[in-house]
Design a protein around this ligand. Sequence first.
Ligand SMILES: [Zn+2]
Length: 547
Amino acid sequence: MKTVRLVLGAVFLAQTAWAQQGAPTPTSRPFHVVNYDLSLELPETGKTIAGNAVLTVQRMGPGDTLRLDLLDLTVSRVQLDGKDVRFVRDSSSLRVAVAGATSRFTVAVQYGGAVTDGLIIGTDSAGRWMAFGDNWPNRARRWIPSIDHPSDKATVSWTVKAPSDRRVIANGSLVEETPLPTPRDPDGSAGRPVSWTVTRWRESRPIAAYLMVIAAAPLVRFELGTTACGVAEFPGCVPQQLYVAPEQRHMAPGEFARAGDIVEYFGRLVGPFPYEKLSHLQSSTRFGGMENASAIFYDDKIFRRKGADAGLIAHETAHQWFGDAVTEREWGHLWLSEGFATYFSALYLGHAFGDSALVGHLRRDREGLVKSANVASRPVIDTLQTNLMALLNDNSYQKGGWVLHMLRQEVGDSAFFGGIRDYWAAHKHATALTDDLRAAVEKRAGRDLRWFFDQWLRRPGVAELATSWRYDTTKHELHVVVEQGSRFAPYRLKLPVAITDAAGATRTQVLEIGAQSRAEVVVPMRSAPRALTVDPGVAVLATFTAK
Ligand SMILES: [Zn+2]
């Protein structure tokens, strides 16, 4: 996702109490949800919903009690394989007695009540009722009985009954859209009768609970066409749609005219687009954009102000590969989602607008990172952070993106993109940790990269480089001295230096700098250079001073 900074401040304060990483680790969890069949009845007005969730559950180890995350709502009945079963409700969970169940069983939960979060119900500026799912990081449990942790991915079907004047959009492909018979009201005493429609969607690829959403709102649909033919996991091409509020129809398609090019680019670079379709929706998400699998939600305010820009669309679209299809198994590895979306959206901007767009992004991000107190004090892989909202920071996003950029310099384009493609193909529709990425790139590069991942991801900071040079006229040698600051342990680096000779010709030499506080590199040269420029192409996350 992309955060909206102003909004995030308020959200952060309001939610520190609940945003705790409470779920057990996947290896310790005895049950895995394979599929959710979620039926929801939405109200005409107000916030009261009625739900029936049928979960197909796989037993992974010994356990008598299935614990599901569920807050706020009232559970009226639970059935195990079609028979009523004992359950216990507390403030954060639903516990179901499953001792007699076989290795795979179904649990049906009837529940309902007034929704306070997760499914955001409100009215738009024209006073029209609307609802949008907004689950990140662990708010699915506010309206879906679920194992609400990114390590537990499942397929999902939605069956939503809603007044017919609201369009219902969800993950996956549209299965059914059926208007129900309108009740007869011969004398008109009940006012204009409400007509209802049942809409069904099916996501056939496993996704994390935080990505399971519906939208129910009076949205106008625009076709964005089909692209990425031959780089789509589903037969044919990738269809895309844009949904906007009626009064925003003049904005369509706007920058979304690029959506096809973006999907095509990532499809060729990474792997086939992993879902049935890709929809882009104007919504009430609290984030600038939220990468819900195959149905990206964008902040309503962005649409009303100027429309989404190519960078935001590319960021959320890149998440369909990174975060959605390959999901970080632990929250501490959030950079596998946000760092990738940051770097790959910058790669797309470079592809679309020229290299200077990519370099400009890297330069701006670096300017922020080298001054960041957060970057100086915490590592990117932050296993100690229990406040999940606090992980939406410059380590996960900009430094994560920068680490990918440096990894690319370290191993070269072929091993970098080959390794990323292998990593993605091996873990798509499943989960991964940083070591899975490391192993894939190491295999392509043919060498150990633990030192690289450790220095950039598992400890705080950036490199601080002070460079100086002298020319030895008798030996015809250029001596470049690189000293590293003492705030952080020294980094092992490849440092490009542009050397301009006496005749005015410039060539770039890549200096191999060891993880030591002072390094002196000797470059043979016939005559004294006229000038040296350190890191001319923006390749190293460092501060630079000349001594
Ligand atoms: Zn993101």
